[in-house]
Design a protein around this ligand. Structure first.
Ligand SMILES: Cc1ncc(C[n+]2csc(CCOP(=O)(O)OP(=O)(O)O)c2C)c(N)n1
Length: 683
């Protein structure tokens, strides 16, 4: 009615036909969905899965000083863990640089069929709880006078917000300001049917969603529906002229804001994206020698990114910047946490809160309103926000098909502190499942990268921060690991997504007996070490080493935009030679991608098979059968029958099995790996 729908969808304009279409096609096939999604003007939130409205609202107002988001939270939604954490979100809002969120907790006492926790609390309990969170609370519950009560409360809230913002923006910030919030008490299904078939509807759980499901067939329900709709007195509000145009009563028309102020027309929600300024990633690269921590190197790069984009780029981290070795970003920025005098009022670009849900919600709100963000996380714990990522992917997919939605930046994840290096944390910290979860999303929007060294990581990050409309997952080590490729080689490798690594292959990879593939930092090291071992001990075995940095190249041509054509695939993995594929995560991810390549008979996939504990890095590899010895053993097994391999295969397999046992005994005795295992393999 406020005109936004008609602006974006002429078929839903303010005419008799437009209204009819809206009413008759709502929540039926072909019409608008029952929960908000990206086809709805003004929306930046996939409705349906409850819990995230508040954190997304806070993300939207960050660095948007003139924006106020009003977020209505149902008392059912308020029971979710994600919402429970979200009440604290204002503690990350600096009123000088950001806008404000006005939370409205709507207490109608019921969820689907049970009473709600908040609905059963007294005003005193609620006021104490939310005062404790730091809010100024106002309860709106005067049902006989609800419009005036609500209008006065909104005025009050707006005034409070302005007071806080004015103080901060005039250089006299209020320390720990109390932001306003409203608690609205109304009966569930208020103004709907009161009683049907002798049972109370209004004010009970029976009004949830569809209060009169049998109105088509049941007389009493039909009568209740008729009376309910007639109570709106629609004819006093709208008159339809002969040409079908709807004319609103003066009173109603006066309530509609101008186009620019209509909630459904807010440009923040559909055309606010501007690309970031990007530093030269090559300036942060190193020579192809020695060891570098991918996280440390990208930290330096991000510090520069932040300098160049002081108000349009943020990092949201579950308190892991230091532990993920990304702390070099603090060379150019600080944290942003208003309760901490060291981190308040400084324009810090890093929000650290130990809630992956909040990080994801903030990131979504920030990105969907046109900015760019990064969420670095322990590999294992990103799984916590799996369903949020999935809901976001749904929003993105529909948004890409919605013509009036302009492109947005990408949601970028960096997974580090990976499962292979959990020598102090152990089994609980070993879980690469997020990769599988991302793979299942629509191929047009998801990208998964496992850059094998720091130079490749820089090139990948540079690409992701500029890419539009994607969910990018980047995985890499925080520990120093070898730099294998020069910056130019890294660039070429990342553009290709996968390539033959000639320096560690026999005759540059020509005419191989077996192809060894690494995908992921630690397992790539093992593949290279296996190639070096075999070169030394069985030089007549012809080995080709391939590295995959862009996981999606593996999928069947046509299934993903990055998928290799069959000839390209065969140029790397050969037409018919055996392949030993050492993968960073669960082998199922690679198998899923390669299933339609019809090459499973010649590809052995190694990876994480849910064996883990607090143990050394190399023991992690051996207990999951993904070490250099396992790669070499499989390479020998799959090439048995090749005459010059047969002569030595069994002897070497037995030797490598012995090496694994020897290593096991060594670490039991010394609680560490032998030093020489981490030496850069020689060729
Ligand atoms: C995460 C999640 N769990 C469960 C549901 C199923 N569900 C749909 S509506 C609802 C009750 C919501 O109650 P409330 O937030 O109070 O909203 P109301 O309908 O009362 O306005 C539930 C449990 C859901 N949509 N999302």
């Amino acid at each position: 009615m406020e005109g936004s729908l008609g602006k974006f969808y002429p078929a839903y304009s303010r005419t008799a036909d437009g209204f009819k279409k809206l009413v008759t096609s709502f929540s039926v096939p072909g019409g608008f969905p029952s929960h908000t999604n990206s086809e709805i003007p003004g929306q930046i939130h996939e409705g349906g899965e409850l819990g995230y409205a508040l954190s997304v609202s806070f993300g939207a107002v960050m660095d948007n000083p003139n924006l106020i988001a009003t977020c209505i939270v149902g008392d059912g939604e308020a029971e979710t863990g994600a919402t429970a954490a979200s009440w604290h979100s204002y503690k990350f809002i600096d009123p000088k640089e950001s806008g404000a969120v006005l939370p409205i907790l709507h207490l109608n006492r019921f969820k689907i069929s049970e009473k709600t926790i908040f609905g059963c609390m007294t005003d005193a309990e609620l006021a104490t709880l939310f005062s404790g969170y730091g809010y100024l609370v106002r309860v709106v519950e005067d049902l006989g006078n609800i419009d005036a009560d609500m209008a006065a409360s909104m005025d009050w809230a707006y005034g409070e917000i302005q007071r806080i913002q004015k103080a901060a923006r005039s250089g006299k910030p209020i320390v720990n300001p109390r932001w306003p919030m409203i608690i609205l008490r109304t009966p569930k299904g208020w103004t709907g049917p009161k009683k049907v078939h002798g049972k109370q509807i209004e004010g009970s759980y029976r009004s949830h969603q569809v209060p009169l499901p049998a109105a088509r067939k049941d007389r009493e329900e039909f009568q209740a529906l008729k009376e309910w709709l007639e109570r709106y007195q629609i004819h006093e509000l709208i008159e339809f002229k002969e040409d079908g145009e709807g004319v609103f009563s003066e009173k109603l028309a006066a309530a509609f804001p101008e186009d620019i102020l209509a909630m459904g027309c807010s440009e923040h929600t559909y055309k606010a994206y501007k690309p970031l300024k990007a530093p030269q990633w090559r300036d942060f690269t190193s020579k192809a020698e020695g060891e570098k921590s991918c996280m440390h190197e990208i930290g330096e790069y991000l510090a520069e990114y932040i300098k160049m984009n002081p108000t349009r780029f943020r990092i949201f981290s579950p308190d892991e910047m230091y532990s993920n070795k990304l702390d070099s970003v603090f060379k150019s920025t600080s944290r942003n946490f208003q309760c901490d005098e060291e981190a308040r009022g400084k324009g810090g670009r890093v929000i650290e809160v130990l809630s992956e849900h909040l990080c994801q919600g903030f990131l979504q709100g920030y990105v969907l309103t046109g900015r760019v963000g990064l969420l670095p996380s322990y590999e294992t714990f990103l799984g916590i926000i799996t369903t949020m990522m999935i809901q976001y992917a749904k929003f993105l997919k529909m948004g890409k098909d919605t013509i009036w939605r302009m492109p947005i930046g990408s949601v970028n994840y960096v997974e580090t502190s990976t499962l292979w290096r959990q020598e102090h944390n152990g089994f609980s910290h070993q879980n690469p499942m997020f990769i599988n979860n991302v793979l299942n999303m629509k191929s047009s929007i998801v990208r998964v990268y496992l850059p094998p060294d720091a130079n490749c990581f820089l090139s990948t990050l540079d690409h992701c921060l500029q890419a539009k409309n994607y969910i990018n997952l980047m995985i890499g080590s925080k520990h120093p690991t070898p730099v294998w490729l020069t910056p130019e080689e890294a660039h070429d490798h990342c553009v290709a997504g996968a390539s033959v690594w000639k320096f560690c292959s026999t005759d540059g990879g020509l005419d191989p007996d077996v192809v060894l593939v690494g995908c992921g930092t630690e397992v790539t090291f093992e593949v290279i070490a296996a190639a070096s071992l075999l070169k030394r001990e069985l030089p007549q075995l012809r080995v080709r080493v391939v590295n995959v940095t862009d996981l999606m190249v593996l999928s069947k041509y046509g299934d993903h935009p990055h998928a290799l054509s069959d000839p390209e695939f065969e140029s790397l993995f050969t037409k018919d030679k055996p392949v030993v594929f050492d993968f960073h995560g669960y082998p199922s991810a690679v198998k899923q991608l390669m299933f339609d390549r019809h090459c499973s008979h010649r590809v052995k996939v190694l990876g994480y098979i849910e064996e883990g504990t607090t143990t050394t890095p190399f023991r992690m590899l051996t207990c999951n059968h993904a070490s250099r010895y396992d790669v070499a053993i499989h390479a020998l097994r799959v090439t048995c029958g090749v005459p010059h391999v047969d002569l030595d295969a069994h002897r070497l397999i037995a030797r490598y099995q012995g090496k694994i046992r020897e290593h096991e005994e060594y670490i039991l005795k010394h609680a560490k790996d032998p030093e020489d295992l981490m030496e850069r393999p020689q060729f």
